[in-house]
Every structure is written in C-alpha cells, then in structure tokens.
Design a binder for this molecule. Structure first.
Ligand code: SF4
Length: 210
C-alpha cells in the first residue's frame, strides 16, 4: 500500500492556486529557507501517514461536494515525496482535475534528476511554482506566490497568467470548534503571527510555505 506522509489537508481552499482546490501539505523538506513559515513541516518524522488510495477518494468526494477544480501539493517539499505525490497527481488527472505544485527546487534541477517519480509528477503538473522562498524578496503582486524569485511555470495549456494572479495574497482562517486552521500566504509582517495563537488553542496548522 502506497502511503503519503502529510502535515495537513484542506479539502477546499481558494488560497492555494486558481479556483477551488484540494490542498495537501507533505511532512518533510530537505531545504532550509530562512523565514520558512512552516518550520514544523520540515522534519521528515511527524505528520500523519495516509494511504494514497484513500486520499484519492477524499479528493473525488471534494470534487463532488465542493466543486474543486484541482489539487495543490505543498510542503514541506512535494518532490521529496515524489512517489506518493506523483500517484496523487495521476489520480487527480484521472478525475479530470488539475495539478499545481509548489517546490523549493527549480524546474531545471528537477528535470535533471533521474528519479522516475519526479518525472511522473512533472508530467502530471499543470502549474509549477519553483524556487526557494526568500523572505527578503516578498511578492506583493502575484497572488499565491511567496517571493519574487519564484517562477510560475504553466506546463500545460490548462491555465495562463490572467487577472486572478494579479492580486494580493490570500489568507484563509477557519475556526472549527477549538481548532484554528490557517492557510494561504500572509503579508510579510504577518508571517507566523498566528502561531502562538494556535498553540494557545492547541490546534494544528495548515498554513503553506514556498
Ligand atoms: S519554504 Fe518550502 S522549500 Fe523552503 S524550507 Fe520551507 S518548506 Fe522547504
């Protein structure tokens, strides 16, 4: 049984790419970008182990219930989890959904790796946002993008750079019982602002990085 090590899931969000999307954050990243707003997602131990088949059914459910048009893979570093990430991307495509991936690696680097799962994930990706997060270069004009060095690669014809990208970033905050769930990308001065708040509420996080 193929499994994925995940830090968080949001079944329907508008803060992690175009339209409504099912977002999955992997647990574990080999990079160490100063200012990464998800340091708790960097260790490879932790998070939850989830069967990829089961995740596929949850994605299909969200397509039916929420009308999500795609999945977004974030981290952590999705390409450090290339096998389950590729399987999730393949499953999403079979459901007619699009795939967006945020990676701290550049596309050029990824294309030189010989790992077949990396190639499969790239082959099933519609939008790749690449490059490490640089906190001294915050991006305030491209929605969903963390820093100005990061590039948007439209790897298929499904999307293009339109007005939806030319907006300020979006942060979503959900309160479910005693849980406070935050995702999206905050303005530079607000990175991590909610962390103590969440600890007080004894909740997990779903805020993205990259
Ligand atoms: S910003 Fe992304 S690539 Fe950089 S350390 Fe954090 S999770 Fe890893």
């Amino acid at each position: 049984m193929l499994t994925a090590q995940l830090a968080a899931i949001v079944p329907c969000t508008e803060a992690e790419g175009p339209g409504k999307r099912f977002a999955l954050w992997f647990q574990g990243c080999p990079l160490r970008c100063p200012g990464c707003c998800n340091p708790e997602y960097l260790p490879f131990n932790g998070g939850a182990t989830r069967a990829v088949d089961e995740l596929g059914r949850e994605i299909e459910w969200s397509r039916e219930q929420n009308g999500v048009e795609g999945i977004t893979l974030l981290g952590g570093e999705p390409f450090a989890h290339a096998e389950p990430a590729a399987a999730l991307a393949t499953a999403a495509r079979h459901l007619g959904l699009s795939v967006m991936v945020f990676s701290g690696f550049t596309l050029e680097h990824l294309r030189t790796t010989i790992d077949p799962h990396t190639a499969t994930l790239l082959a099933h990706t519609d939008i790749l946002v690449d490059g490490p997060y640089l906190r001294e270069q915050p991006d305030t004009t491209r929605r969903w993008i963390g820093s100005t060095n990061q590039r948007i690669h439209f790897l298929t014809e499904r999307y293009r750079y339109d007005e939806s990208w030319r907006q300020r970033n979006t942060l979503e905050i959900r309160v479910r019982g005693s849980d406070v769930i935050v995702n999206g990308f905050p303005a530079g001065g607000a990175v991590g602002l909610w962390k103590g708040w969440k600890r007080k509420a004894r909740t997990g996080t779903t805020d993205g990085s990259n």
